[in-house]
Design a protein around this ligand. Sequence first.
Ligand code: FMN
Length: 216
Amino acid sequence: MSKLKIIVGSTRPTRMADRVAPWVTAAARAHSGFEVEVLDLMEWDLPLFAEHFGTLGDPADPTYSQPLVKRWNRTIADGDAFLIITPEYNHSVPAALKNAIDTVWASNAFRNKPVAFVGYSAGIGGGIRSIEHLVQIAVEAEAVPLRSAVIVPFVNDAFGDDGLPTNPITTAGLSLLLEDLAWWSTALERARAAGELPPARARLRPLLAAAAGKAS
Ligand SMILES: Cc1cc2nc3c(=O)[nH]c(=O)nc-3n(C[C@H](O)[C@H](O)[C@H](O)COP(=O)(O)O)c2cc1C
């Protein structure tokens, strides 16, 4: 079973995330392919990113500036797949969420693992601009962002008294997303188990050294 980490990206009191996250989490838990853990950034209280090579310690088992940062990196490293629930703030990602992703530094914890997104907003955009930015961010973290995404426009009116979306396309979209995430997670777990290339950064150094040797 794939270890799915659901990251809740809004940290403010009164947040609409408290309507979206319970629905997403219940659907993920009902899916037979996942063992689910919710990582609510409101509960993590991560410091504003300030790591550097002096705080890293042993790169094989980084120390970081604070135990919480180390625990966050280890928790992400423990995941096989990620589902990020994000509102749209000023046409982009909430700062706390970007900070949490940046905080996964030097551990390659997102590397070669699938990530999918559920976006929402008060307006018609439904968080799509936040998701588009997150796809770019995920690529640089060497995660594998999926096409399947759920967008929830007009989030204040999107859920009924039963806590479920009133628009059937929203429910169907989450089913497709979870199917895709489970498939990719299994595929990439097998691929990682068969062996991973070292990160491109590490592979570049010997290439440059060889090129410098030829030039001299
Ligand atoms: C700082 C900030 C920026 C926002 N920017 C946008 C925006 O660009 N587009 C949009 O549709 N809604 C925007 N909104 C409205 C949010 O979509 C709405 O408040 C939503 O409920 C935020 O999610 P949350 O309540 O879980 O934090 C913004 C809200 C905040 C607090």
